[in-house]
Design a binder for this molecule. Structure first.
Ligand code: ARG
Length: 464
């Protein structure tokens, strides 16, 4: 059913209709459209547009339809496509008319699809954010659990993907936990921008009916109603902020994915993925591929793309509503769908991950990652750091030529580089000693990490 045929002599061209119709994707707003309609019915009832009896029966039919959609979310898509409905708003109106007759034709009094769709999308986004926040909490919980399991495990820390200094694996886990904690804060912040009610803005100038907009906003669970009708029907910065938060989360997931892939490769062999999150090769029988982590890494492109698509759509739009704005939904839905999948798979990867602790330790011991500790040792013996740096560089070159770690060089070899080196050097350049010297807040010392873990756990408990 078209909502606007009266002025027209002909119906829409079929190709134009294919371009213009949005039911194909906006059927996903059905519940929100019905919730918004229920709120609107009560607002126009209070404004004297509907009698008590009319309101009662209209509200009941909206609730019945809502229950039908809850039972079968595809209902609007299937029945609306058959009927040729332009969008979800057309489907709701036509279906209500079929159910309660002419009374349903009063529902749209004082309302426009412009304030209606902005309201629906805000309701949808609010719920999607709440779902992502719960999923982020689950990811954080998995990282914290992995950190607890691997509290003793030492891995090499990298810069430039070259072994740099040993770190606790728990420290690595908590680095990602911090990223996800900030992602949650960004999404929660976006939610506050989302939670404003545009309904009552009409097409662009404000509704001509005496609607109590503050009461309507409260009724729909919004924090407040919007302050400017032109802005309310035409801006989508609340979607942009949400997508920006999603895109950054996607970037973090991609980094986690990459670390998992590298550390899980046969070259590193720190981790092994569980079969349940791995795939095989159709050709090479021996292969077990980390596809789950690769998709954590790979999905980030489309989520960032969704943000760019939306921003590009919004750029240069004249006030107020323009049909371009219909293009806001698919990027949002796409980003949320794929982010959700990634966030839900992440705990499964982490919870089932096998960590090869011996291999990790061996790698942390190799690569001369205690060279800084040797320089610090020399500093403690009165050598200036820059000088110490040179001495240790030469000692490392020597150790490389003999293919041994620094700590395996005989004392005499070490003393050839500096006579300040004494027998206490071996303890001072051990990994344990290196960790012990990094108990600064935020450092990888065992106590510092245990404290960070306790803080992360407490924060998680209070958040969820
Ligand atoms: N399907 C439209 C959208 O998503 C609904 C609003 C249509 N408004 C209009 N004035 N044609 O934006």
């Amino acid at each position: 059913m078209a909502l606007w045929g009266g002025r027209f002599e002909t119906g829409p061209d079929s190709l134009f209709k294919a371009l213009n119709d949005s039911l194909r994707f906006d059927y996903r707003l059905a519940l929100e459209d019905l919730d918004g309609s229920l709120g609107w019915a009560s607002a126009i009832h209070k404004a004297g547009v509907l009698t008590d009896e009319e309101h009662r029966s209209l509200a009941q039919s909206i609730r019945d339809l809502r229950a039908a959609v809850e039972r079968d979310p595809q209902l609007p898509l299937i029945s609306g496509t058959q009927a040729g409905d332009e969008d979800i708003h057309s489907w709701v109106e036509r279906t209500l008319i079929e159910r309660v007759g002419d009374l349903a034709r009063k529902l749209h009094t004082g309302r426009s699809r412009n304030d209606q769709v902005a309201t629906d999308l805000r309701l949808w986004t609010r719920r999607a954010i709440d779902d992502r926040l719960a999923e982020l909490l689950a990811c954080r919980r998995s990282l914290i659990n992995l950190a607890s399991r691997e509290l003793e495990t030492i891995i090499p820390g990298y810069t430039h993907l070259q072994r740099a200094q040993p770190v606790l694996m728990a420290h690595w886990c908590l680095a990602y936990e911090q990223m996800f904690a900030r992602d949650s804060a960004r999404l929660a912040n976006a939610r506050a921008g989302v939670n404003v009610c545009p309904l009552g803005s009409g097409a662009l100038a404000g509704t001509a009916y005496p609607i109590d907009r503050a009461a309507l906003a409260a009724d729909l669970g919004f924090d407040r109603c919007s302050s400017n009708s032109l802005d309310a029907v035409s801006d989508r910065d609340f979607v942009a902020e949400t997508l920006a938060a999603c895109a950054i989360t996607g970037v973090h997931l991609s980094r986690l994915g990459e670390d998992l892939i590298i550390y899980g490769s046969q070259e590193f062999a720190f981790f092994e993925f569980h079969d349940s999150v791995s795939s095989g090769s159709s050709l090479m029988p021996q292969k077990k591929n980390p596809d789950s982590a690769e998709l954590l890494r790979g999905k980030c492109g489309r989520i960032a793309g969704d943000l760019v698509a939306l921003l590009t759509t919004l750029k240069g739009l004249p006030l107020a509503y323009n049909k371009d704005l219909q293009e806001d939904k698919e990027p949002l839905f796409d980003a949320m769908d794929h982010l959700s999948l990634c966030l839900r798979v992440t705990p499964r990867i982490l919870d089932t991950l096998t960590v090869r602790r011996g291999t990790c330790l061996g790698a942390a011991e190799g690569g001369y990652s205690n060279a800084t500790d040797l320089a610090d040792y020399l500093v403690s013996k009165g050598v200036a750091f820059r000088h110490a740096h040179d001495i240790v560089g030469a000692a490392v070159r020597h150790a490389i030529s003999k293919s041994v770690p620094l700590g395996s060089l005989p004392l005499a070899d070490l003393r050839a580089f500096s006579d300040r080196i004494g027998p206490d050097v071996f303890d001072r350049i051990s990994i344990e000693r290196g960790l012990r010297s990094r108990e600064v807040t935020g450092g990888t010392g065992r106590e510092a990490v245990a404290a960070a873990l306790a803080r992360a756990r407490a924060e998680l408990e209070s958040a969820g």
